[in-house]
Ligand binder design. Structure first.
Ligand code: ZN
Length: 418
């Protein structure tokens, strides 16, 4: 569907649409082709060139959609770092890192220093940390004037230099929330585990468990399996993905309260359980759909979760007898273009982005974080995430409990102030 529109999108020269298309493509080969063409086609457009080069660098570096080639990766990252665009600073840091560690190139400390300094100069915290380490390892190097030592690397609390005035992360987060005019929350499975739902992707999560099914859960919760083995799909779906009795936890309620107080613009979630809405959140973008939405494949008639629960087998349409399916994104299916677009807009216009209960390992949703251009990036997750080194504040804690503590603090102190 998106794939058919690619030539059109490419010809339009609209960088933003290319990025969306890339996020919606399922096969890494397709993503590779899209950016290869864009890179060749737009020699004089810095923004597209930067974007394309960054993606190609990433794919060559990780062997995604193309054979792994570190020196090609470095070449592309250098192109990205030399062209003005939203990935330029990230590319600078990566080039610095590759020179520093000798990835795809001989170790070259002056080159590493040059690129890391460029990135740090643009406010990239990870680059600044790497620079600090480089200086520490190479004490003979002269410390330049622009270098300012930063960073408290405590196990649970990492904060950037400019805001070290806070004694603890809760206070820091409370400050960000009260200062920000446009805050967006981006959440994942960790948000629901505190409501007793299993995390599909964590180490002991559902997808690693042996089930009575002979196939892996990924294979079962896929488009092709649904179409060919609808009955088995529903057996699995009922046992492992429907939790009609699950209730929102303190974190869901905290976010709803925050929205009501005018301090939260949107919730973007990868979860399909609908718990945010049950807690009272209004502006929710469900990237992977929701088990509460169901529709007939033949006539489009809509049904709630109750209808599916009433049936013991495959739910059939009351009107036409067609198969009713859940409105969730199955493996092998694209995300909803509209929801994705609105979520991206929310991220792009936010000045604070809170990432909670997700390791950001699931593509393409996780790539959306790269669109954030605002001031405060906060990560609340028990394990490391791909966004940690860009974040102003990283908290290795339970997301629900943390949100509830911080919201309690702001809303109370606000009302006291009044
Ligand atoms: Zn029907």
């Amino acid at each position: 569907m998106v794939k058919d529109k690619i030539p059109e999108i490419l010809l339009s020269g609209n960088a933003e649409n290319m990025l969306r298309a890339s996020a919606l493509l399922w096969k890494t080969e397709d993503i590779f082709n899209l950016w290869t063409e864009a890179y060749a086609m737009y020699e004089h457009r810095q923004d597209i060139r930067c974007m394309a080069a960054y993606h190609l660098g990433y794919q060559y570096r990780n062997g995604k959609g193309v054979r792994l080639d570190k020196s090609k990766a470095l070449e592309y990252f250098i192109h990205a770092a030399e062209n003005v665009g939203i990935y330029q600073v990230y590319a600078m840091r990566i080039v610095g890192e590759m020179y520093r560690t000798g990835e795809g190139v001989e170790v070259n400390i002056p080159a590493a220093m040059h690129w890391l300094r460029q990135a740090a100069g643009h406010g990239n915290l990870a680059a600044q940390i790497e620079l600090d380490e480089l200086y520490a390892e190479n004490t003979q190097l002269e410390i330049s004037d622009d270098k300012q030592s930063i960073s408290a690397h405590e196990e649970k609390y990492i904060s950037s230099g400019s805001v070290l005035i806070f004694d603890n992360p809760i206070e820091h987060l409370a400050y960000i929330l009260s200062e920000s005019k446009n805050t967006v929350f981006f959440g994942g499975a960790g948000m629901s585990t505190e409501s007793g739902l299993p995390d599909f992707r964590s180490a002991d999560g559902l997808y690693n468990q042996a089930t009575q099914f002979r196939m892996s859960p990924q294979q079962i919760v896929s488009h092709s399996y649904f179409m060919e083995h609808t009955r088995e799909f529903y057996e699995f779906f009922r046992c492992h993905q429907l939790y009609p009795d699950a209730m929102p936890n303190a974190g869901h309620y905290a976010l709803a309260r925050l929205e009501k107080a005018g301090k939260l613009n949107a919730v973007i979630t990868q979860n399909i359980d609908g718990l945010h809405q049950i807690a009272g959140s209004q502006n929710v973008y469900e990237l992977h759909g929701s088990v509460h939405g169901n529709y007939c494949l033949s006539c489009g008639e809509k049904y709630g979760l109750d209808y599916v629960l009433e049936h013991t087998c495959v739910p059939l349409c009351r009107k036409c007898g067609g198969i009713v399916r859940p409105d969730i994104v199955l493996y092998g299916e694209n995300l909803n273009f509209d929801v994705m677009g609105k979520a991206l807009e929310a991220i792009q216009s936010a000045d604070a982005l809170l990432i909670g209960g997700t390791s950001l390992s699931v593509s393409p949703a996780a790539d959306m974080i790269d669109h954030f251009k605002g001031k405060h990036l906060v990560v609340i997750n028990q394990t490391a995430t791909a966004a940690d080194n860009r974040a102003e504040l990283v908290m290795r804690t339970h997301v629900g409990e943390t949100l509830s503590r911080v919201v309690e603090k702001i809303i109370t102190s606000d009302s006291v102030a009044k």
